[in-house]
Design a protein around this ligand. Structure first.
Ligand SMILES: C[S@@+](CC[C@H](N)C(=O)[O-])C[C@H]1O[C@@H](n2cnc3c(N)ncnc32)[C@H](O)[C@@H]1O
Length: 243
């Protein structure tokens, strides 16, 4: 049996509090009813502000991919639903080496679940889905400091909102619009709508829920850092900008 490596060095434990959570504890914590409710909701967003190598996010992804599969009647539908599940998961991690592992672990979990789910539905994997998954993971897993909200390059942390557009007419495919916001703007928006956030709240926050009610893109425009063209979610790898 593989022994889990939970500590990299005693210096890092002292300076960063870096002790990874064992798999059995992660599973027990995610089995709590209030967490399960979020995991079972394909579109509920989850942010881990000290993500490490992804102990929690990877297990949440595995569970959300199961939900996506159970809701898909065809491989084509699973292409969309799998990517929607992935797009709801966000992480911040201070250390570059941990972020590399986090990105790799998220992609290998997605790739494994996507390929096996597609097979179960009688389809074959679509390269565009895997390319889009890479773009989503790169955007959502940020190297930075969750407390100062500054990224590894010294810029404000920016998150992409993958806003699901309503499915209209005969078009069955899920379209999304990628909108970039600074982490600070997201927290300020939440403070306005819900009162002051504590650090604990931010660990559990539904990242963009303050935008859900009465959302008016025109009013929000000044806060959006970059706006991409609405596309089917399997095409986000093309990174086409609006206009
Ligand atoms: C106790 S470990 C937990 C990692 C992961 N959540 C897990 O359960 O395995 C804490 C992690 O937070 C990171 N960290 C420490 N300070 C941070 C900060 N200000 N912003 C973002 N990440 C931070 C550390 O590098 C470490 O990977």
């Amino acid at each position: 049996m593989n022994k889990e490596r939970l500590i990299k060095s005693s210096d890092r434990v002292k300076s960063l509090g870096e002790v990874f959570t064992p798999k059995n504890i992660v599973k027990q914590m995610l089995d709590q009813p209030e967490v399960m409710e979020k995991v079972n909701d394909l579109t509920a967003t989850i942010l881990e502000p000290s993500a490490g190598e992804g102990a929690f996010l990877v297990e949440v992804l595995r569970r959300k991919m199961k939900v996506a599969l159970s809701q898909s009647k065809s491989a084509d539908e699973f292409d969309d639903k799998g990517l929607v599940a992935l797009s709801t998961l966000y992480g911040i991690e201070l250390m570059e080496d941990n972020v590399e592992m986090l990105v790799m672990n998220m992609f290998s979990q997605f790739s494994f679940d996507y390929q096996s789910g597609t097979k179960q539905l009688g389809g074959s994997p679509n390269k565009e889905v895997l390319e889009s998954a890479k773009v989503i993971i790169q955007a959502n897993m940020v190297q930075g400091n969750a407390l100062t909200k500054i990224d590894g390059d010294g810029n404000p942390i920016v998150f992409s909102e993958w806003q699901l557009l309503p499915i209209v007419g005969n078009i069955k495919h899920q379209k999304v619009q990628r909108l970039e916001h600074t982490f600070q703007d997201i927290l300020d928006g939440k403070e306005e709508s819900q009162g002051v956030l504590t650090h604990k709240d931010s660990e559990e926050l539904d990242l963009f829920d303050f935008l859900d009610e009465d959302y008016n893109p025109e009013e929000e425009e000044q806060d959006i850092k970059k706006q991409y063209a609405p596309v089917r979610i399997t095409k986000v790898y093309k990174k086409e900008l609006e206009g």
